[in-house]
Design a protein around this ligand. Structure first.
Ligand SMILES: O=C(CO)[C@@H](O)[C@H](O)COP(=O)(O)O
Length: 220
């Protein structure tokens, strides 16, 4: 199934002092989703934002909030992020004892469920999850920071997961995140990704450049 590629700017690269304005600016610039990276300083070596900030940002756009939780234990916080306005919640299998139960719980909250594969996590991990997720995120950098370089081996993983999705016949988005720029975006799309997360490549140049940056990531 070929679908339009969606752009989900990671607000990790936004100006945190003006986060509401930045979210409005990427909305007006034509983004499809807003990618919110939640980090706890324990599961990953960085600390970002919590449900209160997600709630405060919610009135600034109607675009879906795509919330990537890099926190452990993750289960304690699912309800809070759903209530704060998340539309998609994406979790790591390493962040709790029962990934299948975690995914079921996210869906029971009326939120779409995503699962994330770190660069070292094999596609095979999805064998018994693919029937229960709405989104699969391939991390093309080790999670924790923006501005890292794309890890080329992840293209093979995207190709393998695209085949798994086709075989399942299910409507599952395949997202890629980390080091996405004008060189790596077409490579990831050719491999089968249909949602691009981009922080540095969206926010570079300031608000007047966001629309051009997003258009260029889509392929012009
Ligand atoms: O989740 C993460 C990092 O952990 C990403 O969302 C980055 O924030 C993407 O940043 P760029 O590589 O696009 O600068």
């Amino acid at each position: 199934m070929t679908r339009p590629v969606l752009i989900s700017p990671s607000i990790l690269s936004a100006d945190f002092a003006r986060l509401g304005e930045e979210v409005r600016a990427i909305d007006e610039a034509g983004c499809d989703w807003v990618h919110i990276d939640v980090m706890d300083g324990h599961f990953v070596p960085n600390i970002t934002i919590g449900p209160a900030v997600v709630k405060a940002l919610r009135p600034h756009t109607k675009k879906p909030f795509d919330v990537h939780l890099m926190i452990s234990p993750v289960d304690l916080y699912l309800d809070a992020f759903a209530s704060a306005g998340a539309d998609i919640i994406t979790v790591h299998p390493e962040a709790g004892p029962h990934i299948h139960r975690t995914v079921q719980h996210i869906r029971s909250l009326g939120v779409k469920a995503g699962v994330v594969l770190n660069p070292g996590t094999p596609a095979k991990m999805l064998d018994y999850l693919i029937d229960d997720v709405d989104l699969i995120l391939v991390m093309s950098v080790n999670p924790g920071f923006g501005g890292q370089s794309f890890i080329p081996s992840q293209l093979r993983k995207i190709e393998a997961i695209r085949k798994m999705i086709e075989k399942s016949g299910r409507d599952i988005r395949l997202q890629v995140d980390g080091g996405i720029d004008l060189i790596t975006a077409p490579q990831a799309i050719a491999a089968g990704a249909d949602v691009l997360v981009a922080g540095t490549a969206t926010f570079r140049g300031g608000p007047s450049a966001y629309a051009d940056n997003i258009r260029a990531l889509r392929g012009g």
